[in-house]
Design a protein around this ligand. Structure first.
Ligand SMILES: [Ca+2]
Length: 440
């Protein structure tokens, strides 16, 4: 079922849990569909945010904004996760083929890997404030303390695989290390001591000291377009895109302990409890049960065109953004909103526009009022509230409503054409047949 698990009623933003409050939510950058899809772990799409060919996605620590690195158009998008909108498209200073953005742990800076350079974004102004001159950057990652930025880049030379250590505060390139062709990604251990660098051409993951950049060893037979460490640092998960594998590496022995077949794996994310691993791939998003002995794919979440990076969030503060609260008016123009359930007529309901919500963007086919879908005829835009903003009026057959005698409230929910879910309620007065007759 396509629909929200958690809804908010009214302006007080009270939270009513009808499902698992605080369940993790996935934010999947769907490059092919030009949007970011928001869904729960059951695969229920809760909405989508339109953008431009997003490849990389990172969410700010407070969970209010996401940044996408857009493969085309020389842009990054800033997504408002509360309003489900693209709040800004940064179109100045972003290089070509942006594919990843590393955000600092305080969320104040973003470092975008592009084909031309690393673009440094100030997230207060959402503008590019600096460039770090490395060409063909495939990935950027920060040390846990935020002091150092590491980047894999190709030096604009197909035979020179390199990575660089950059002072994150100044953008100064501390060191460049030429090592092996086709480095695709890097990740720093939690204690900040080790740097793992993936080499697709060597099918190895090399390990360096982040301090001296001295070589410390390698993992044979593995590489990752994206890599992710478990919180305790004992496991490294990598999406081996050319081998069509999700590989699990024991960082104690530096050996591959599991290779799970997945077609075209790219992005990956761990659930907050680390019981499951999500991997974007040709078939959608694979869910791997890490707690089971086999650690195999238990299901695929669908509905994507070309999913790339995945971000994940948990907590009730996230659930609050699932639906925006809107105002509705049942039987606009009348008083007490009387509804006679035996009537064969229709009940008009107006979805009101305000400063932040344009009722004209409502997709009527998604709207449900008291269990009923609107009739196809009778959808109109008119200003029923007298504030100069056009409201959408929909008509529902009284016989379709699931209201009961004694009900005092009826709610309407739906989505805009952009995938923003909304809900609003109004009071109703269910008239008994006798009362109705007496009034006549
Ligand atoms: Ca109005």
């Amino acid at each position: 079922m396509r629909g929200p698990r958690v809804v908010i009623f009214g302006l007080a933003f009270l939270l009513f849990a009808t499902g698992a409050t605080g369940a993790p939510l996935l934010y999947v950058a769907d490059q092919g569909a030009w949007n970011v899809v928001v869904m729960d772990l059951e695969g229920n799409a809760l909405g989508s945010i339109a953008g431009v060919t997003p490849y990389g996605i990172s969410i700010t620590p407070d969970g209010t904004k996401a940044y996408t690195a857009n493969w085309q158009n020389l842009t990054c998008s800033v997504l408002d996760l509360t309003a489900y909108t693209e709040m800004k498209r940064i179109d100045q200073g972003v290089g070509a083929y942006a594919q990843h953005i590393a955000l600092t742990s305080d969320g104040k800076r973003g470092y975008v890997a592009t084909d031309w350079w690393i673009s440094v974004i100030d997230t207060t102004t959402d503008t590019v404030i600096d460039y770090i001159p490395l060409e063909g950057v495939s990935y950027t990652t920060l040390s846990p303390d935020g002091n150092w930025l590491f980047a894999t880049y190709n030096c604009n030379n197909p035979y020179a695989g390199s990575f660089a250590k950059i002072n994150a505060a100044t953008g100064y390139i501390e060191a460049r290390v030429n090592y092996t062709p086709h480095l695709t990604s890097a990740v720093v251990s939690q204690d900040g001591a080790r740097l793992y660098v993936s080499s697709q051409s060597d099918n190895r993951i090399y390990i360096f000291s982040t301090d001296t950049l001295g070589w410390e060893g390698w993992v044979e037979g593995a590489h990752g377009l994206r890599m992710l460490l478990s919180r305790d640092g004992t496991r490294l998960y990598v999406t081996n895109n050319t081998g069509n594998l999700l590989q699990v590496i024991d960082t104690g022995t530096n050996s591959v302990i599991n290779s799970i077949p997945i077609a075209g794996p790219v992005g990956l994310a761990l659930t907050p409890d680390e019981s499951r691993l999500l991997v974007s791939c040709d078939l959608g998003v694979a869910v791997i049960d890490l707690a089971s002995q086999s650690q195999s794919v238990t299901k695929y979440l669908g509905g994507f065109t070309q999913p790339k990076e995945i971000a994940i969030l948990a907590g009730p503060e996230v659930a609050e953004v699932l639906q925006v609260a809107i105002d509705i008016r049942i039987k606009p123009g009348g008083h007490r909103n009387p509804i006679n359930l035996k009537s064969k007529g229709k009940v008009p309901v107006a979805i009101l526009s305000d400063a932040t919500f344009d009722a004209a963007t409502v997709d009527p086919s998604t709207v449900v009022f008291a269990g009923a879908s609107p009739r196809s005829i009778g959808t109109s835009l008119e200003d029923v509230s007298g504030d100069g903003l056009l409201d959408m009026v929909l008509h529902f057959r009284t016989q379709d409503l699931t209201l009961q005698p004694g009900d005092t409230e009826a709610c309407l929910s739906g989505q805009t054409t952009n995938g923003q879910a909304f809900t609003g309620c109004g009071s109703v007065h269910i008239i008994k047949w006798e009362e109705h007759k007496r009034c006549k």
